[in-house]
Design a protein around this ligand. Structure first.
Ligand SMILES: C[S@@+](CC[C@H](N)C(=O)[O-])C[C@H]1O[C@@H](n2cnc3c(N)ncnc32)[C@H](O)[C@@H]1O
Length: 265
């Protein structure tokens, strides 16, 4: 029965009709929708959510149900890196994300000599391109093919060179003592998980700097952060209250945000 419903759903036959759509069928439809989604021209953007909800309502789904389905997609995408990649490809086809480099990065590199930099989960490359424009030798990786395409197109347009690699955090070859700077801006390394500081520590040259900013559901004191970031000297560590920080990725929302600038000892 489940399989029959999935097939009907994917062919659009029950798509408009009601809420009885299971997660697999909903995701399968979303994936098909993203594959057919047209990439906006460089510089143009639209909310991926609005595009998806509009597509659903035009297909006859009630507005409330369309919103609910989008909320379900937001949860379902977190189930695997494949799903994250499908999701982000669609987001980048819609021009997602800010163009300006992260303020914390700008403030930090103002006092650094250019060297070798890594942008983890670089998205459309706003930070990688900024670093390249300052003379850094930049590599960036991301799971999203469309993000990398957009980053390379921007680099070509600006006459800059970046090395763009398709990889995940758990497949990218970070190397050892290789980087003078690593930037992780909302890159889906969760604050509070010990594995990330450990991995970044190994990859950085001694004296190398990491700039890390992310939304966080949990509050961490600076003491907690110092304990987590073993082998680093924290140059800046901020855990700001909910409601105080505008996530520059979604400026309409405010989030508790963790900001760290740390030097490998
Ligand atoms: C909110 S965007 C931030 C992009 C970029 N750092 C910026 O600030 O503009 C999150 C990025 O992380 C990427 N991403 C998500 N999970 C990932 C993973 N497991 N490995 C690598 N990149 C990932 C997404 O494709 C997306 O480009």
């Amino acid at each position: 029965m489940k399989m029959i419903l999935s097939v009907l759903f994917c062919t659009g036959l029950v798509f408009a009709q009601g809420p009885a759509i299971d997660d697999d069928a909903l995701w399968a439809h979303f994936e098909r929708w993203t594959a057919e989604l047209k990439a906006l021209p460089p510089g143009e953007r639209a909310s991926m959510r609005d595009r998806y909800v509009k597509g659903l309502t035009e297909a006859g789904v009630a507005a409330d149900e369309a919103q609910t389905r989008h909320e379900r997609i937001e949860k379902l995408r977190r189930a695997s890196t494949h799903r994250e990649r499908v999701y982000w490809d669609a987001a980048f086809k819609s021009g997602a994300g800010p163009d300006a480099p992260l303020e914390l990065l700008r403030d930090t590199v103002a006092w650094l000599k250019p060297g070798r930099a890594l942008d983890a989960g670089m998205g459309r490359g706003r930070n990688a391109l900024y670093l390249a424009s300052l003379g850094w030798d930049v590599t960036g990786y991301d799971i999203s093919t469309d993000a990398l395409k957009a980053a390379q197109a921007h680099a070509a347009q600006a006459g800059l060179k970046i090395n763009a690699v398709e990889a995940r955090h758990d497949t990218f070859e970070f190397g050892e003592s290789k980087w003078d700077l690593i930037i992780c801006a909302y890159c889906y390394m969760r604050l509070g998980e010990e594995q990330w500081p450990a991995l970044l520590h190994k990859a950085l040259k001694p004296g190398g700097i990491v700039v890390f900013q992310t939304s966080t559901a949990t509050r961490f004191s600076v003491t907690d952060l110092a304990a987590l970031w073993k082998g680093f000297r924290l140059l800046r560590a901020e855990d700001l209250d909910a409601g105080m920080v505008v996530n520059d990725w979604s400026p309409s929302r405010v989030h508790p945000t963790g900001k760290i600038v740390a030097r490998r000892q």
